[in-house]
Write a protein that binds this ligand. Sequence first.
Ligand SMILES: Cc1nn(C)c(C)c1/N=N/c1ccc(/C=C/C(=O)NO)cc1
Ligand SMILES: [Zn+2]
Length: 371
Amino acid sequence: MTTGYVFHPEYLWHDTGTSAGLLPADPTAGVQPAVHVENPDAKRRVHELIHACGLLGELMVIEPRRATVEELTRVHTAAYVQHIKTQSDLRGGGGDAGDGFSPVGHGSYDIARLAAGGLIELVTAAAHGDITNGYALVRPPGHHATANQGMGFCLFNNIAIAARHAQAELGLARVAVVDWDAHHGNGTQAIFNDDPSVLTISLHQAGCFPPDSGWNHENGTGDGTGYALNVPLPPGSGHAAYLNAMHQVVLPALDRFAPDLILLANGFDANVFDPLARQMLTAASYREMTRLLVGAADRLCHGRLIAAHEGGYSPFYTPYCALAFLEELTGTTTHVTDPLAAVVAGYTAEPFLPHQREVIAAAAQLVERIS
Ligand SMILES: Cc1nn(C)c(C)c1/N=N/c1ccc(/C=C/C(=O)NO)cc1
Ligand SMILES: [Zn+2]
């Protein structure tokens, strides 16, 4: 069993500027410059930990390439692709992808193409049998980007572009997208909303971002009715709620859909230390969720599970969540264990609560619409 891995230094050169966390600096309005929360640090530290603990040696490193405009426009409008290029060409950066909170730095167009191309290369390697599964540690993220609008730090929808490539070029007709980033995978859902060949399943903190998005009633439209599932888990949801959602919604939906490929929008920002959400997953939670997803891929599609890094903003904890994920993906262990496991054991052990059970039950009822 071989796990592919995509990383490139250019991903760290996507410049999100001196925003104060989320907001563009505006000194006269009292918004001091700082670093944008979607900055290279957490991703660089993930890569460094993978390398330092020896796991990199267990991976098949796959070089990314820049997605072509033709590959981008399977998902995005030509006008939007041009918008990103125009913003990226601004000398000195300072561009935006559309919502006012998604920085486009100078040269970010080519870096975002490299992110999408990294996913394309991974799904291609999986389809050709060169790898079983894989992980693309990419920046900028993608799951909020719709066909014609960037948002939530996302420029091109890396996962959606890979899904369309798999269908158009690799003979993988039925693609399932699981999104366990803390925020709703609205972009991916919108792109495939009327398409029954792509099942989207999003587990996220209810109403966190985008505002008022990702509710249970969002279940696909037209021919795609039934092929979008949302599990808007309440703030404070942790291991018990997410593992129940995996067992009650994600795995049954995948079994019914019988995908040829599983793509994972792999955000780690539902972890207990993340600044942009209020969920309580630990590295152990990601380990167990990954184990279940790897099992589903083995059962359903020859192990073909390809993950794209999305959110995850705690520079000190995201690496341990990513390492736990990768150890399960590769079926190996390293000498590194979560150094904060004892710290978080006390304050993340939430029982499975009725308001979480209700949300999961509502989504589980929709699974039978999948055929
Ligand atoms: C709306 C709005 N209004 N204002 C003033 C601001 C600053 C707004 N954006 N907030 C955001 C933007 C992005 C995220 C998370 C992205 C992620 O990690 N996705 O996976 C969270 C909050
Ligand atoms: Zn997120």
